[in-house]
Design a protein around this ligand. Sequence first.
Ligand SMILES: [Zn+2]
Ligand SMILES: [Zn+2]
Length: 468
Amino acid sequence: MKAPFTLKFLGAARYVTGSCYLLTIGKKRVLLDCGMVQGDDQVKEWHRYKFPFKPESIDLVIISHAHIDHCGLLPLLVASGYKGPILCTNGTRKLLPVLLKDSVFLYLKDLEWKNKRLKRRGKPPMPSVMSEKDVDRVMELADGLPYGKHKAPIPGLELMFSDAGHILGSAIVQLWIKQGQSARHLVFSGDLGNPDTVLMNDPTPVEQADIVLMEGTYGNRDHRPLDDTLEEFAQVLESAFKAGGNVFIPAFALGRTQEILYFLGQLYHQGRLKQQLVFLDSPMAQSITSIYNDNLQRLNRDDTQEMYNQNAGDFESFLPILRMTETVEESMAINRVTQGAIIIAGSGMCNGGRITHHLKHNLWRSQNHLIFVGFQARGTLGRRLVDGATTVKLFGQDIAVKAQVHTLGGFSAHAGQAELLAWAKGIAGQPRFFLVHGEPEALEALQAKLQEEGISAEIPEKGYVAEL
Ligand SMILES: [Zn+2]
Ligand SMILES: [Zn+2]
């Protein structure tokens, strides 16, 4: 007899990015996440990508959160014929257009540049596989749901989002699926937050499940205590001020930037921040920060309360020395400030964006400091700098790296090993565990730790189909 339910692992299986799983409930097909694989050449990634299913054959898409490795393929999915509903939380629905528009914009810019080169070689241009209109179509299909509310979008499926505490709007997806006499409770963890961080709630505990699809990004290690990292951050800022230069922070626009603004605000109110100017030099990060501003009140936390105690209901008033630079001219004008400023600019791994211009103008000055506050993937400029490169190539020029480079590894929006274990152990019903969204080493370490607790977990390969 055919299994009433199957789950196919299409992405983020023994890997971190490209989160995507296909659930079948009888004849119905549901996509959990539709994420992009993040590589260096996005045009190449987009053009060679083929969905391993017919987009029009999908009945429903559910998105766990707005990070591009979980939702980035949505424009391509609608450009390829998907017309059904897209369900996510209200927070994710607000963030989606900002993230997707930025990613499509960067793709079209790179494509234009590639086509210019093809033209010079006498070759025909490559047609674009999607446009900004596809983002508008995604938003027409997208429906937001508050946490904790049940919805039955298609026959045989009921769902509810619980707060994953990872970024604004991030969800643990709980699904109750039914087919004939069979019923299962499937829980997809999404990305689980780090309870030790600010602004977000702790991941919601799940009481019971039959099947758990769980992330294991940090399955092999625990994070350093946040207080130690913050102390180091404060010390680097102080020594940078004494050295008479500027501080550059390549930052990820969604989540990490808002945390850094919060920490800077704390130091400012403690009287420990010597710098008198902070620039947020990223239009995307500014849009996201204003969405965070609108939603902070909903979080009943000590840290957001601290902001309100300072009579500051938003990041701009919590950190009054914050300047938002919108235009390219304003961004270029920052170059005239040679000391006493902190410049936060994207992209987080320095593989594009305004930070690359700042690095060109500032890396060669020894009084400057560069602080990495997030993961740097292999093959990116950020990784080369973290690994100690003495010169780097920027805009065709060799630039000496004289600035001091610091890596603060303690900021993380993901649960560490201990928190992952505690979350898994709290789920009653002896569920079947699948570990995803992690490098093989991380997932295997988590699997071994779970085994010690009497929980056996599988690590599916990409393409594997589990019968539930
Ligand atoms: Zn994420
Ligand atoms: Zn992720």
